[in-house]
Design a protein around this ligand. Structure first.
Ligand SMILES: Cc1cc2nc3c(=O)[nH]c(=O)nc-3n(C[C@H](O)[C@H](O)[C@H](O)COP(=O)(O)O)c2cc1C
Length: 164
C-alpha cells in the first residue's frame, strides 16, 4: 500500500491525455469501496470536455485545479433506493479516497475538490452536468499526469493516539 504513504494532492497537470483504461481502473477502485449496508450509492460522471471542465473549475474559488486537468471525475450519489441514506456522504468519501489512491498507484495525480455538503456548490455542479433529479453531486476530482513531484509530509503524531 505504498500509495497511502506517497499520495499527495496534485493541482498542476501535464498537457497529456489519460488513457480510458486507466480511468476504468480508477473507477473500479472507487466501486470496490465499502458502503453502508452495501448500498453502493455512487454514480460517476467523467468528462474530458474543455468547456465543461472550465465551468466546473469556476464553481468555487478553490476549484481552479480542475482548469488544467485533462479529465475530471465527479462522484455523485443517488437519493432513491437507499437503505441507509444518512450514511451516503460517508460512503462517497471512502470511494473518493479509493480514487485518489488508485490514481497515485497508476502514476497519476488527483485532488479532491470540496462540493458536498454545501448546497450551493452541489446545485452548481448538478446544473453544469445536467444531472437527473435523483442524483446529487458529491465532489470533483481532477486527474492527470502530475506536473511536479511532491513528497508526502509525515503526519504521524503519537500524541493523537489514546490507549485506554
Ligand atoms: C473534504 C475535502 C475538501 C477539499 N477541498 C479542496 C478544494 O476545494 N480545493 C483544493 O485545492 N483542495 C481541496 N482538498 C485537498 C486538501 O487541501 C488536501 O488534502 C490537504 O491540504 C492535505 O494535503 P494532501 O492531500 O497533499 O495530503 C480537499 C480535501 C478534502 C478531504
Amino acid at each position: 500500500m505504498n500509495a497511502i504513504f506517497s499520495r499527495v494532492s496534485v493541482r498542476q497537470f501535464e498537457d497529456k491525455e489519460v488513457p480510458n483504461g486507466l480511468i476504468v481502473k480508477i473507477l473500479r477502485a472507487a466501486m470496490a469501496a465499502p458502503s453502508a449496508v452495501n448500498q453502493q450509492p455512487w454514480e460517476f460522471y467523467v468528462t474530458t470536455d474543455k468547456n465543461i471542465i472550465e465551468k466546473l473549475s469556476q464553481v468555487t474559488p478553490y476549484a481552479t485545479p480542475a482548469k488544467n486537468a485533462p479529465v475530471v471525475i465527479v462522484p455523485c450519489y443517488r437519493t432513491n433506493d437507499l437503505a441507509a441514506p444518512a450514511m451516503v456522504q460517508i460512503d462517497m468519501a471512502i470511494a473518493t479516497e479509493n480514487i485518489l489512491l488508485e490514481s497515485k498507484e497508476l502514476g497519476l495525480g488527483a485532488v479532491m475538490l470540496g462540493i458536498a455538503p454545501h448546497e450551493d456548490r452541489m446545485k452548481a455542479v448538478e446544473e453544469i452536468l445536467k444531472l437527473p433529479e435523483n442524483f446529487r453531486a458529491f465532489t470533483m476530482i481532477p486527474v492527470g499526469y502530475p506536473k511536479n513531484k511532491h513528497s508526502q509530509e509525515d503526519r504521524y503524531e503519537p500524541s493523537k493516539i489514546h490507549v485506554i
